[in-house]
Design a protein around this ligand. Structure first.
Ligand code: UDP
Length: 341
């Protein structure tokens, strides 16, 4: 299958490209390299046997997308290119709407002829569900607490509306919306990893603090109504997340609209993550207690039973230690991250 992967040089996108190539597909990765890494594409090309092409194009560049998609004629799209920081989205909402909403609209226009479209949505679309809806099922009302979460919810609406219009027009398309929980870890072969600039995610920051590469890690809020006062999240291994994309791609048929949570189903507090990182790295994570980060819900973890029941997907790495160990292994062996382009 010819598969277009947006954000193919980013953390999740590059792992998806790796998996699609392993499965024998032909891939066009696009990325503007604003947060992705040319080196990840170079590494992936080495074993791709000519099946990976790359275009440096932004999803905000409508004509560039139309040209790239027109030449490749993708049968499927996996759409990862997006801005994805809750805190940043509170400060710069316009940028988030421009990239995540207007950019996605460009992509949908450029790829109007695809058979299958898989969209990276987010658990942030749920906001803070009521206590009786945690673990969160897909039927939980979506009430995002941040501009980031709202852009992802709008993306879901755009896809549903377009899928319906395509069906009415006699050209049904299959669409899947995967609501990720907290994605971490790294490819188990050691080729790819997580390298964000700026890095804002808990696990890589905690690893860097434990390795002495940062003075300390700030805990954002210690007065939440959780067991130890810190936020609870559901961490999912990036390779498991990619498995869920492949399962969704296989399950999509013309006219099918799928929405699934992709999480392990277990919640870990920030303090539990910090302890696990300390154990895996073998040294204590120096911490500072700070204020809450705006837009953060206190507790969010998945009820992943729907995707298990319907697609047979389950997180293989159910244990946080395994996720942290893979992340730490890549981070230790790549002290400067990927080479800068
Ligand atoms: N967090 C923290 N300190 C940091 C980064 C994150 O305490 O330096 C907390 C954050 O408030 C959230 C959890 O760790 O409760 C996971 O945050 P992350 O940014 O990794 O992912 P998000 O939940 O925003 O997708």
């Amino acid at each position: 299958m010819r598969c277009l992967v947006t954000g193919g040089a980013g953390f999740i996108g590059s792992h998806a490209v790796q998996r699609l190539l392993r499965d024998g597909h032909e891939v066009l990765a696009i990325d503007d390299l604003s947060r992705g890494h040319a080196e990840a594409i170079d590494l992936l090309r080495q074993d791709a046997g000519g099946r990976l092409s790359f275009e440096r194009v932004s999803i905000q560049d409508h004509d560039g997308l139309v040209n790239a998609a027109g030449a490749f004629a993708p049968q499927a799209v996996m759409h990862f290119a997006a801005l994805a920081y809750v805190g940043e989205s509170v400060q710069q909402p316009g940028r988030y709407y421009a990239v995540n909403v207007a950019g996605m609209l460009n992509l949908m226009h450029a790829c109007a002829d695809v058979e299958k479209f898989v969209f990276s949505s987010s658990c942030a679309t749920y906001g803070q569900p009521p206590a009786e809806l945690i673990p969160v099922p897909e039927t939980c009302p979506q009430a995002p607490m941040s501009p980031y979460g709202r852009t992802k919810l709008i993306g879901e609406w755009m896809l549903r509306d377009c899928a319906r219009a395509m069906e009415l027009g006699g050209r049904p398309v299959g669409v899947a919306m995967l609501r990720y929980f907290n994605v971490a870890g790294a490819d188990r072969s050691g080729l790819l990893g997580e390298d964000h600039e700026p890095e804002t995610h808990l696990i890589p920051l905690a690893i860097d603090a434990a390795l002495g590469r940062r003075d300390s890690l700030t805990i954002f809020g210690t007065d939440y109504p959780t067991t130890d006062g810190t936020c609870v999240r559901d961490y999912v291994h990036v390779e498991d997340l990619v498995d869920a994309h492949v399962a969704a791609l296989d399950a999509l048929k013309p006219g099918r609209v799928l929405a699934y949570n992709v999480g392990s189903g277990r919640g870990y507090s920030v303090r539990e993550v910090i302890d696990t990182v300390g154990q895996v790295v073998g040294s204590v994570v120096p911490t500072v207690e700070g204020a809450r980060r705006e837009g953060d819900p206190p507790s969010l973890f998945a009820d992943p039973s729907k995707i298990r029941r319907e697609l047979g997907w389950k997180a293989r790495a159910g244990d946080l230690r395994e996720i942290v160990a893979d992340a730490a292994s890549w981070r230790t062996s790549h002290p400067g991250g990927y080479a800068q382009c």
